[in-house]
Design a binder for this molecule. Structure first.
Ligand code: ATP
Ligand code: MG
Length: 264
């Protein structure tokens, strides 16, 4: 039944990562690795440090201590655009879309990072620029068809349904051709139908060979999709393993399942 080519190669390694905000240790000496081709879930109560972890991995904020490696490359001190160029892409917990851009334009912007579009060639519309643009538009078309947004490509992204707005963000993240995609609570606030459709999309993305690190509270999603789960509490790793192991773990039941309302 296992159609995926699961490997033991670590695509991402977090080692001794720490970040404090004032007196709050949001992430505290955290270490784990994500294996290539896995869907790896990060779960934990509100305020456990999950989004902070993503911000540290993607260079939004610098860690106080510790290291982040993409394969064997140290990406700890790189800027977020440099990390994206290495092949790490993400979506944010709160949807971030420009109000006056169409779906197509939004995703096209995502490809600029790869084509390295510069202002002068763009203004002069050099041959190289036009060729880059043609390739980029072709890629946007492929992605929009893949995520199921091709029919709404000319609509304003921010005016779509909530589920489709999330799809736009995922499409934009895919535009940088990531090897690793980080999703921060992508189905929070979605209805069951939207959630199911997004779960199918994550599976399809993963089947394209893209490793997924996903933060989620929805235990049905976590248990259905995850090859591996890391549970975080107070910025520290509480336990990790497969869904079977996690569900039965007393510390998880105590610290997480028992006290937290599981998804809305
Ligand atoms: N920029 C910041 N400045 C100050 N404190 C912050 C900042 N970002 C996060 N924190 C604090 O760090 C802790 C971890 O927050 P974080 O957002 O990472 O949690 P989370 O696990 O993503 O929670 P949730 O499930 O609610 O999204 C919280 O106590 C939060 O208030
Ligand atoms: Mg969060």
């Amino acid at each position: 039944m296992n159609k995926k080519n699961l490997t033991d190669t670590a695509i991402l390694t977090v080692a001794g990562l720490s970040k404090s905000f004032g007196g709050v240790k949001a992430v505290n000496d955290l270490s784990f690795s994500v294996k290539k081709n896995h869907i790896h879930a990060i779960i934990g109560p509100n305020g456990a440090g999950k989004s902070t972890l993503f911000n540290l991995i993607t260079g939004i904020i610098p860690p106080d201590e510790g290291e982040v490696r993409f394969f064997t490359t140290d990406i700890t001190s790189l800027r977020s655009d440099q990390i994206a160029k290495h092949g790490v892409s993400r979506t944010f917990q709160n949807i971030r879309l420009f109000p006056d851009m169409t779906v197509f334009e939004t995703v096209l912007i995502g490809t600029y990072l790869l084509t390295g579009a510069k202002l002068a060639p763009a203004l002069l519309r050099t041959k190289a620029f036009r060729e880059n643009e043609r390739v980029a538009k072709q890629r946007v078309e492929e992605i929009l068809k893949f995520v199921g947004l091709w029919d709404v490509r000319d609509e304003y992204a921010a005016q779509l349904s909530y589920g489709n707005q999330r799809r736009v963000e995922i499409a934009r993240a895919l535009a940088t051709q990531p090897q690793l995609l980080l999703l921060d609570e992508p189905t929070a606030g979605m209805n069951p139908k939207e959630t199911k459709e997004l779960m199918d999309l994550f599976t399809a993305v993963n089947n394209e060979g893209i490793t997924i690190l996903i933060i989620a509270h929805d235990m049905n999603l976590v248990n259905t999709l995850s090859d591996h789960i890391t549970v975080i509490n107070f910025g520290e790793k509480l336990v990790e393993g497969t869904a079977d192991v996690i569900q039965k773990h007393p510390a998880v039941i105590e610290a997480y399942m028992g006290k937290v309302k599981v998804d809305a």
